[in-house]
Design a protein. Structure first.
Length: 74
């Protein structure tokens, strides 16, 4: 986990969180492509996707696609 030295405002925090969730989803996709798929990885992906969907539903910025599960299938 990256340590942030400066305080972030709410919008900066959301952008940082979105970036970390997407980065982790990319890593999990790569692991699955390398044959490391298991229930834990699928559950982790589902949780991260759910977090992104909640952010999308509650935030007026249109930066998370509606079809996020097409990019990160479970």
């Amino acid at each position: 986990m990256v340590c942030i030295m400066e305080k972030l405002n709410a919008e900066q925090t959301l952008f940082w969180l979105i970036k970390m969730l997407l980065t982790r989803l990319d890593e999990l996709n790569a692991a699955e492509e390398n044959g490391e798929s298991n229930d834990f990885i699928r559950g982790e992906k589902a949780a991260y996707i759910e977090c992104l969907e909640i952010i999308r539903a509650c935030w007026d910025k249109n930066i998370i696609p509606d079809n996020i599960e097409e990019y990160y299938p479970i």
